[in-house]
Design a binder for this molecule. Structure first.
Ligand SMILES: Nc1ccn([C@@H]2O[C@H](COP(=O)(O)OP(=O)(O)OP(=O)(O)O)[C@@H](O)[C@H]2O)c(=O)n1
Ligand SMILES: C[C@](O)(CO)[C@H](O)COP(=O)(O)O
Length: 254
């Protein structure tokens, strides 16, 4: 694996004193933005994290959400496919990005990318870490804040929303109705005590790991915080159209 590099480090790096107690208001906050995927379902000419969303790459919007709001994120790690480092560096120059972040090489799966991002935080003795999809550029500061706060209280907290549609399970013959009042659609951020997430990511990868909550849940119950229907994951082409509309609406009211 290539060593991590930092395309732009304008802010001073502070190393906090070791934290001996549980999480508190002063617990350091970290963020891992995973953008190591290839965007197969989008079918674009480049990974969807670099697609243009109202003048800026999707990933830059996401980075701003974490670093421009008053969330006190001390260190932000962006995970990218190693062959895309140069693209991101160029985009950062083009858009004059002054947001301090480290860049780390991703892996073959989201799990491997998160694990690599986590490894970058090795020098941090404790804290709270948010894992967020680089392709969820519309996450609000409120959802991020509430997820960090809940993780401080419960160890593991994940943003989620109730399904709006009816839901059916697949059976060998046909399908059957599920009680949607007992189901939630899981989003990111997913926030954890740093050492809990480290322990979870030391276990072997399973095919059932689709997010971080599924990696952690054998070690710690997952607390759900209200997510936001606007916090969509850009996955297929129509998501980009919806994201543009939502962003325009947000800009019009701010
Ligand atoms: N090896 C991987 C795979 C995914 N991700 C990231 O995890 C998030 C959610 O993944 P998904 O939407 O599935 O992204 P892709 O894997 O890029 O898309 P696809 O499955 O369509 O190829 C994205 O921010 C993606 O970049 C990652 O960091 N490393
Ligand atoms: C992490 C996630 O965004 C939560 O909804 C989702 O599980 C990612 O899934 P994908 O298979 O990588 O699209």
């Amino acid at each position: 694996m290539r060593p991590p590099f930092t395309p732009d480090l304008t802010g001073p790096k502070s190393v906090p004193a070791p934290d001996t107690g549980g999480p508190s208001a002063s617990t350091p906050r970290f963020a891992i933005l995973v953008a190591g995927g290839s965007g197969t379902r989008m079918g674009a000419d480049r990974p969807k994290q670099f697609l243009n969303l109202l003048g800026e790459p999707v990933l830059l919007h996401t980075l701003r959400r974490f670093l421009e709001a008053a969330l006190q994120v001390e260190e932000c790690v962006v995970v990218l496919p190693p062959e895309q480092f140069a693209t991101w560096q160029q985009l950062c120059q083009e858009h004059q990005v002054r947001l301090p972040h480290a860049v780390v090489a991703g892996g073959a799966t989201r799990w491997a990318s998160v694990r690599n991002g986590l490894a970058y935080l090795i020098h941090r003795p404790a804290g709270l870490v948010a894992v967020h999809d680089g392709v969820r550029p519309l996450v609000s500061a409120q959802v991020i804040e509430q997820t960090y706060t809940a993780a401080a209280a419960h160890g593991a907290a994940v943003a989620a929303v109730a399904p709006k549609d009816s839901v059916r399970g697949l059976a060998q013959q046909g399908s059957y109705a599920l009680d949607r009042s007992r189901l939630r659609l899981v989003q990111t951020p997913q926030c954890f005590e740093l050492n809990l997430l480290r322990r979870a990511y030391q276990l072997p990868e399973l095919p059932t790991f689709t997010d971080d909550a599924s990696v952690v849940e054998d070690l710690q119950p997952i607390y759900l915080v209200p997510g936001d229907y606007r916090n969509l994951k850009i996955t297929t082409p129509e998501d980009l159209i919806v994201a543009e509309a939502l962003l325009r609406a947000e800009q019009a009211t701010s």
